[in-house]
Design a protein around this ligand. Structure first.
Ligand SMILES: Nc1ncnc2c1ncn2[C@@H]1O[C@H](COP(=O)(O)OP(=O)(O)O)[C@@H](O)[C@H]1O
Ligand SMILES: Cc1ncsc1CCOP(=O)(O)O
Ligand SMILES: [Mg+2]
Length: 269
């Protein structure tokens, strides 16, 4: 079966099996992330109490850790949850929001990285920062670099942590040990809606919960969100309506819309 066909099958599997996705995420995006997960057919739970995160991982299909509004208490909860996911061999995603912006953020990321996330998804500046390539300066939570500049940084992270890396941006690039997949979907207005990167990471979590092939899980998630953004932008007058229209398109995307818009290319790494 072609990769394109596999991607649509993964989308259907999320819709039909409704994986439970445990999110330890930031205050800015919690509501939008939960609604996006519901729209694709997944079941979201946001929980960060140290007393329950391990039990929550136990009943979930996957875990998503997002450091957007981190503090010391949350950091400990994240480490507990990631350790439990590893112990139970459940997939988990790290979204290193704002990597490189402050020493505290980088210290927390390095503790989480030592637990070898299944997938790391960030914009180009964040991926470069966490690989300590130091070729660019992170400006808050938005990217100042192009995805292509972060490819070398991502390759080194894949080698060290055995993780699949997703660099999001104008082109989304998914890097595993033997493959580099580029997706040229999306719309520039998506950068004017807060939390769409966080949504991408959460949706990746949903696909990891139902799909053995981790690279395909990431590509399914990124193509679904980016095509939804592209189609939603056509009928949006600005970022406010785009935010809402993306959730609707995640919910009602058809196979025809998916396959006629998908712009994917595959290379050996
Ligand atoms: N310039 C762009 N053109 C088209 N799509 C984009 C662009 N920038 C980001 N996107 C899309 O927006 C979503 C979020 O990615 P991104 O903005 O890189 O995350 P973050 O919010 O973490 O910086 C992805 O689906 C990505 O493909
Ligand atoms: C603005 C902001 N500040 C802390 S977390 C956050 C949301 C970042 O979301 P994204 O990286 O998906 O744009
Ligand atoms: Mg982000």
């Amino acid at each position: 079966m072609s990769m394109e066909n596999n991607l649509w099958q993964h989308i259907l599997r999320v819709r039909n099996t409704s994986p439970l996705v445990h999110n330890i995420t930031n205050y800015v995006v919690m509501n939008n992330t939960a609604n996006s997960l519901l729209a694709i057919g997944a079941s979201p739970i946001m929980a960060h109490a140290q007393s329950e995160v391990e039990d929550m991982v136990n009943i979930s299909h996957s875990l998503v850790i997002n450091i957007g509004t981190l503090d010391e208490y949350w950091e400990d909860a994240m480490l507990l949850a990631a350790k439990k996911a590893n112990e139970l061999q459940k997939p988990w995603v790290l979204d290193p929001v704002g990597a490189g912006a402050t020493p505290y953020r980088d210290k927390a990321i390095s503790s989480l990285l030592s637990l070898n996330p299944t997938v790391i998804r960030g914009n180009a500046s964040e991926i470069i920062a966490i690989a300590k390539a130091n070729k660019t300066v992170t400006k808050g939570v938005d990217s100042t670099a192009m995805s292509s500049e972060a490819v070398e940084a991502a390759k080194s992270l894949t080698e060290i942590h055995n993780s699949v890396i997703c660099i999001s941006g104008e082109t989304d690039i998914v890097i595993s040990k033997d493959q580099i997949i580029c997706l040229k979907n999306g719309h520039p207005m998506m950068t004017k809606v807060t939390g769409l990167g966080c949504t991408a990471s959460a949706i990746i979590g949903a696909f990891l919960g139902v799909t053995e092939n981790k690279t395909e899980a990431v590509v399914s998630a990124m193509s679904l969100l980016s095509i939804a953004g592209e189609l939603a932008a056509e009928k949006s007058t600005g970022p406010g309506s785009l935010q809402v229209n993306i959730i609707d398109k995640l919910y009602n995307m058809t196979q025809d819309e998916f396959s006629t818009h998908l712009k994917l290319s595959d290379h050996a790494s």
